[in-house]
Design a protein around this ligand. Structure first.
Ligand SMILES: Cc1cc2nc3c(=O)[nH]c(=O)nc-3n(C[C@H](O)[C@H](O)[C@H](O)COP(=O)(O)O)c2cc1C
Length: 154
């Protein structure tokens, strides 16, 4: 497993989050074509720059053609970003596992962390993978369990 993470821009001193609804969206998807390392790197570079501007943090997991992404930030911004990502032709079966308010960011320092999972880590996520592959990701899932697993990738 290798990790690649970039620190997000320092927050404004007065950005306490008061009056702003901190929001989290976790989705899964299946790539439509294999991502070469170069294409993946381009995607990450672009996403990190953009997310930093939007003050969005999170992580992108990738294994065996499956993506799981956590997006955290202001509710409207996260929702708009997800709408855009979900229309991206590079993946399909895009399905939300969890979306809702959160008290604090789980990935506060990461504009978009990236983890290419190995087989062992994939086993941890094993129960999610078959669902995603079959396009059945909209089945109600135990989102709290998923959150706990994802937190281990920080
Ligand atoms: C799996 C996956 C994750 C993505 N994550 C992000 C992201 O976190 N931030 C982002 O700006 N774009 C992300 N993108 C790219 C967007 O879908 C989109 O291509 C990008 O925002 C540029 O949009 P535009 O072509 O409308 O300018 C992701 C794409 C894929 C396939």
């Amino acid at each position: 497993m290798w990790r690649s993470a970039v620190k997000s821009a320092p927050r404004q001193a007065d950005d306490t989050g008061v009056g702003k609804s901190l929001y989290e969206l976790i989705y899964g998807s299946v790539q439509t074509r294999p991502f070469t390392p170069v294409k993946l790197s381009e995607l990450l570079t672009q996403s990190r720059a953009h997310n930093q501007q939007l003050d969005v943090t999170g992580v992108l997991l990738h294994q065996n053609g499956v993506f799981i992404q956590v997006l955290e930030g202001e509710e409207k911004i996260v929702s708009a970003l997800y709408d855009r990502i979900s229309r991206d032709q590079r993946h399909k079966n895009v399905a939300v596992f969890r979306r809702g308010p959160i008290q604090a960011r789980q990935f506060a320092g990461w504009s978009m962390g990236f983890v290419e999972l190995d087989v062992t880590a994939m086993r941890t996520l094993g129960s999610w993978n078959p669902l995603l592959q079959k396009g059945a990701a909209t089945t109600p899932l135990n989102a709290e369990r998923l959150r706990t697993i994802l937190a281990t990738f920080r």
